[in-house]
Design a protein around this ligand. Sequence first.
Ligand SMILES: [Zn+2]
Length: 162
Amino acid sequence: MFQNNQDTTLDHLDVLLGDVTKEVIINYIGMLSMVTIRQFCDVVDEEIEQWDCTANTKTRVKRFRDYSKLFVSTDNVLANARRELICPIILTYPEHPIPVPCCGRIYECVELFQHLEIQTNELGPNELGPTCPTCKSLLTKSVCVANHTALKNLIALLKPNE
Ligand SMILES: [Zn+2]
């Protein structure tokens, strides 16, 4: 499990950081292996707003920064619990959480299914099927069971107020 360490650099965060978002962060902040999570948390919204990228990318950067904040939080138990509940695709709390059997991560159902569908449509000749965005294991919709009321309630309880 990830240890809470303020000097840990951004490349240690096990999240799916899309290529575009990654490139923008590298451009404006620095190489992910050189920037500490603490430094990244200090980047304010106003600064990100100045960046030359789409509104969508700005939102992703902000979400990634908020996600990073969970790693430097002093409230360890709560921060750890919150971190576990974040969907690696949308980088925030899923409204319709769905755990996957491969690595046990929780995803936003709609986003995960969309990811699997896109992958299925773009399968190369040597690929067996769509894969999990986090651990890259083969993954199909049918193995994801749809009703997770307890998990949904837990997220609603632990999610910080915005
Ligand atoms: Zn997985």
